[in-house]
Design a protein around this ligand. Sequence first.
Ligand SMILES: *Cc1c(COP(=O)(O)O)cnc(C)c1O
Length: 437
Amino acid sequence: MANEVKDISREKSGQLFEEAKGYFPGGVNSPVRAFKSVYGTPLFIERGDKAHLWDADGNEFIDYCCSWGPLILGHNNCEIREAVAAQLDKGLSFGAPTALENKLANLIISNNRYLEKIRFVSSGTEAVMSAIRLARGYTGRDKIVKFEGCYHGHSDSLLVKAGSGLVTFGETSSAGVPKAFAEQTIVIALNDYDAVKQVFADFKDEIAAVIIEGVPANNGLLIQEKAYVDFLREITKENGSLLIFDEVITGFRLGFEGAARYYEVQPDIITYGKIIGGGMPVGCYGASNELMSHISPDGGVYQAGTLSGNPVAMAAGIAALSILARKGFYEKLEQTTQQFVQQIKDYIAEKNYQVQLFTIGSIFWFAFTDKTSIRRADEIVHESMEHYKIMHRELLNRGIYFGPSGYEVGFISAAHTQEDLNSTIEAIKVSLDIVFA
Ligand SMILES: *Cc1c(COP(=O)(O)O)cnc(C)c1O
């Protein structure tokens, strides 16, 4: 059969994985890397350049995981590399302020109408955790509202899933989260106006904040309508609650000003991560001067970090964001993505395959369903992930690296060439033929 290709070698990756299991739980330092939802063992990556990755066995891939989003400029971008190298000569960390922090902050704030002041941290989790504390400290209220299907990092208040019923207290989604914490987090379905109204009716003066991903992209791609986002803005304002946009994925991805600009909504607090550090560990949260004046040392909400604003990471962030701020960067990337997606969609339509390709900005997601829109987590059929597993295996065997779970979205970077994209389209076509054979 023409479609048959040999499985790639995973000999060295397999050996490294066995060794890693002796060091780390599940052999990994972040669970989804363990390839539990797809075939085979994880690939141990040796290096990356532009849109390409090489693993320990010497297999080459075109990368659509992009380190889970940060690498919007691809691997080994020369401007970022040079900026990092220049900083290495001067030192790795001082635990004192540097001009680099000012420079990155200025770049961000002067190009973003939704922020007046920011604070750098070292991960998305930390950014969101701090934003929640700020919301609670500012409002003097304890409860927060989150949406089923949105991921906000692994802090205690946010590892909570919906209970049964329209509006219920959350149940912890991880062992080790105190029940008392989960009781402060109310979890409701996305795109459900009544549930939000009910929450505010039931807990009128108790809700510090409603938190939502700019565009939910951690559990499939659940694109929300502007009317719904506007509604969240209105109802939070009416009730003296804050609206937090978690833009750890969408920030600097859907444009320099992220989802706030896409929806033309002014959130009270915005969190960033991933792209902001150009591949280094950086997170950030920001808000108005007034709100941020509540953060220590100005205000009573404590938040700190030994390596926050790390000079090497700041240098990488400055180099990356300077490129993103250039005129036409996002227009070009989105156009490239649109063309890529459209060619695959045309093929799906021609073959009448039961799969959708959802997209926004330079993000895309395959959903094995005939539903033409999916806005809520419970609209995703878990069994359909079996199709993704097959597609993932076939793509890897053809040199295409997608995230190792059907719930993960794919990313296009500015380093993907037309040639990369064309060969990917061909591989996707053959892989879909095999999925639906
Ligand atoms: C990745 C992510 C986080 C967590 O960021 P880490 O850097 O992994 O801690 C939080 N929120 C969203 C929306 C994310 O995509």
